[in-house]
Ligand binder design. Structure first.
Ligand code: GLU
Length: 464
C-alpha cells in the first residue's frame, strides 16, 4: 500500500513570509495537489521571545494571497507541549533518551579541553547509559536536560528528492538535547514529533535544514516512526550571489502585493525559481499542479531576477480583464491618497497604458495625473513649452473649449493647430504632454487627452 501524500509548510512566526519560505510552501502545496494529497500549515512558535501573533497573521495573509490553500492547520507547536512531554517520557522509559546533569560550566570546560586536544567539541557521554556502565551520582539542585541517545556507529543515508543520496556518519552527530532544564522541548524534537503525528510523507524545505535531517531521522527511527522523504531546496540568492535578504530589496511576499504584483505572476515566477518543466516559462496554477511530480527541482541555487519577475507580471497584467485591472489600480491609487473608482473611464486608462507597465503600481504612477494636479519640471517647461509653440497651444486650447470631447475630434483639432502654425507634431504634442501630463512622454496624445475631463485640460493649458 502506498502512503498518502502529505506535505507541510512550517514557518516560524518571527516575521513576514519570506520569498524563500513561500517558494518552499508552493513546492509542498503543488506536490500535494499533484498527488491528490494533503497540505498542512504548521506554525513553529516555540521561540516564544521572537514569535508574534502579527507574524502569524501576516503569514496566513500571504498564503491566502498566493492561494496556497491548506487542508489542515494552522497547528501551533505551543499548543502541543503536552504531547512533546508525553513522547519524551516514553523515550526516557524506553531508554532512547536519558537525563544529563552536566551544568553549562561543565559543558564549557568539556569543550575547552577537547579543543585544546585538537578534537571536535562534542558531548562526551558522561550521562549516557551503557550496559554495565555506572553513571555518576545525581547531583542535587541541577535540573537535567534530556538528551537523545544517538546511535554511535553507522551512517544515516537518505535519498534526497532534490540533492540525491546524502550520507552522514553518526560519529558526526552528538547526543542532541531534546528537552531543556526548564522542561521546554527543543526545535528538532518538536519537528520530529509533528512530522510523525501529522503523518507527513514528504518534507520539502530549505537546504539550511540539511544538517538537522540526520538527527531527525535518528529520532524518528527511535520512535519506530515511518520516515518521510526529504527534499532540500537550495537557497534563493540575490543578484550579487549572497543569500537573498532585505539588502537586495523586498523579501516579504506581501511587499509584492503592495507593489502591485499579481499572485498568479508570483506563483509562476517562484515556481520557476528552482524548478523547471522543460522550457516552459509561463504557466498557470493548474499546469504547475499537473506537472509538479517532485522531479526537476534544481540542485543549484537560483538567483532572484527582478526584471524577469516584472516580465512575468506584465504577462499576467495584460491578460487581466480591464475591470479587474482597474480595481487593482484603484487600490494602488488609494495607497497614494488618490480616490478613484474602478469605473469605465479608469478601465479605458488602464487599457491605454498597460502595455508599458509591468505592475499595477506602475500603472497607478502613470494614471495619478488624471486625478491630481501635475507639476512639470522647470527643465521640461523651458525645453518644450517654447515661444515657438505657445501661439499654437493657445489656439488649440480655444478650440478644445468647444469641440466634441472624443479622441478623433481632439486629433483633428491638433492637426488644424499644426498646420495653422506650421509646426511639427512632436513640438506641439510634447508641449501638451508636459503641461497636461507633467511629463514629456506618453502614449498617443489624442487618446491620452480624451481621457481627461475637458475642464482639467483647459485648466492645465490656462497659463500658456
Ligand atoms: N521552522 C522552520 C523554518 O522556518 C522550518 C522547519 C522545517 O521545514 O522542517 O525554517
Amino acid at each position: 500500500m502506498t502512503r498518502r501524500i502529505r506535505t507541510r509548510i512550517a514557518p516560524s512566526p518571527t516575521g513576514f513570509l519570506h520569498l524563500g519560505t513561500a517558494r518552499t510552501a508552493l513546492f509542498s502545496w503543488a506536490f500535494a495537489r499533484h498527488h491528490g494529497g494533503d497540505f498542512i500549515l504548521r506554525i513553529e512558535d516555540t521561540d516564544v521571545a521572537r514569535s508574534t501573533q502579527e507574524a502569524v497573521d501576516q503569514i496566513i495573509a500571504a498564503m491566502n494571497w498566493l492561494q496556497l490553500d491548506y487542508d489542515e492547520g494552522p497547528f501551533y507547536q505551543m499548543q502541543r507541549l503536552d504531547r512533546y512531554r508525553e513522547v519524551i517520557a516514553g523515550m526516557l522509559a524506553a531508554g532512547t533518551a536519558y537525563h544529563c546533569y552536566c551544568t553549562p560550566a561543565e559543558l564549557d570546560a568539556m569543550r575547552e579541553a577537547q579543543r585544546a586536544r585538537g578534537e571536535k567539541p562534542r558531548y562526551d557521554g558522561t550521562w549516557r547509559p551503557e550496559p554495565g556502565k555506572v553513571l555518576p551520582a545525581v547531583p542535587p539542585d541541577v535540573p537535567p536536560v534530556v538528551r537523545f541517545r544517538n546511535p554511535v556507529d553507522g551512517d544515516v543515508t537518505w535519498a534526497d528528492m532534490v540533492k540525491g543520496p546524502i550520507t552522514i556518519s553518526n560519529r558526526e552527530l552528538d547526543d542532541l538535547i531534546i528537552c531543556r532544564p526548564d522542561g521546554t522541548p527543543t526545535y528538532n524534537f518538536c519537528v520530529v514529533v509533528d512530522d510523525w503525528d501529522m503523518q507527513i510523507s514528504h518534507v520539502i524545505r530549505g537546504d539550511d535544514h540539511v544538517n538537522n535531517t540526520p538527527r531527525q531521522i535518528n529520532i524518528l527511527r527511535a520512535l519506530g516512526a515511518e520516515l518521510p522523504q526529504y527534499g532540500h531546496v537550495p537557497m534563493i540568492l540575490g543578484p550579487d550571489g549572497d543569500k537573498l535578504s532585505k539588502r537586495h530589496g523586498a523579501v516579504s511576499v506581501m511587499q509584492y502585493e503592495e507593489a502591485g504584483f499579481l499572485p498568479e505572476a508570483m506563483v509562476n515566477y517562484l515556481a520557476r525559481l528552482g524548478w523547471s518543466h522543460g522550457d516552459e516559462e509561463l504557466f498557470d496554477r493548474a499546469q504547475l499542479v499537473s506537472w509538479f511530480d517532485g522531479q526537476h527541482m534544481a540542485r543549484s541555487a537560483a538567483q532572484w531576477d527582478a526584471a524577469k519577475l516584472g516580465w512575468v507580471n506584465a504577462h499576467y497584467l495584460r491578460r487581466l480583464d480591464d475591470g479587474a485591472l482597474a480595481q487593482l489600480v484603484a487600490d494602488q491609487l488609494a495607497r497614494r491618497g488618490i480616490a478613484a473608482t474602478a469605473d469605465g473611464r479608469l478601465q479605458q486608462m488602464c487599457a491605454l497604458f498597460k502595455d508599458r507597465c509591468a505592475t499595477a503600481a506602475e500603472l497607478a504612477d502613470w494614471l495619478g495625473m488624471y486625478y491630481v494636479p501635475v507639476s512639470p519640471t522647470a527643465d521640461d517647461l523651458s525645453a518644450h513649452v517654447t515661444d515657438a509653440v505657445r501661439p499654437a497651444l493657445r489656439s488649440l486650447r480655444d478650440r478644445l473649449a468647444s469641440i466634441d470631447w472624443d479622441k478623433g475630434t481632439i486629433a483633428a483639432a491638433i492637426k488644424e493647430a499644426l498646420s495653422a502654425h506650421a509646426l511639427k507634431m512632436p513640438q506641439l504634442a510634447t508641449a501638451l504632454r508636459v503641461l497636461v501630463c507633467g511629463r514629456a512622454q506618453t502614449p498617443s496624445i489624442d487618446a491620452v487627452l480624451s481621457l481627461f475631463t475637458r475642464e482639467d485640460v483647459l485648466r492645465r493649458l490656462q497659463a500658456v
